[in-house]
Design a binder for this molecule. Sequence first.
Ligand code: ARG
Length: 238
Amino acid sequence: MKKILKVLKVLSICVLASVSIYGKTLYVGTNAEFAPFEYLENGKITGFDMELVEEIGKIINMDVKIENMSFDGLLPALQMKKVDIVIAGMTANEDRKKFVGFSDPYYTAKQVLLVKEGSNIGSLEELKGKKVGAVLGFTGDLMISKIKEINVERVSSSVGAIMGLKNEKLEAFILDLAPAENFAKNNKGLKIVSLDIEDEEYAIATRKDEIKLLEKINSALKEIKQNGTYEKLLSKYF
Ligand code: ARG
């Protein structure tokens, strides 16, 4: 009897150990409409963030499973434990920091405007009285929504705003620089206007109480930066 108990004890310890904090799968939320960070290519989600999180998974010894959803659904999904972390070119801003934990930053970004080539809009100030597109819940949306005089037109995805620019329903569209550059490259007749505003930092979000997971992610990020993987990914996607 004693022996059986002992075996059972050892077995249960083994099971507990192999489950680690989350079991072997790390569920990762993203919104794959943000090239080059995350986008669909031949039906597969790919991009800088996706490769970065795969590398993190390897280092912390977990299988990464990507869940694609709307951007404004990401943090609620994290809170409701539908996913364990979020990586989505997400800016670690003060508001979000109240609700979730953020890893060390992994990318510095900036908001810019996309406008039609002939446009003479050159600053945030000049958006007053204009119809300006923003994707619901993106930091660009939060930023221009603070300026009362701007007529903010919220869209559910960037593609809608690009169409709005082309058929002149919108006079500008505010977006993060790298995806904006992507759109400018792939859509003739659009140009980028840089803004005199602060940089933003992208980071990986976890639930607030998951300190251990956050620490693991941070040390994995460090390793990825030190072993050259980070540079490799940068030159592949930018
Ligand atoms: N950086 C911006 C933000 O945090 C936009 C991120 C959009 N990311 C995405 N995967 N759609 O709000």
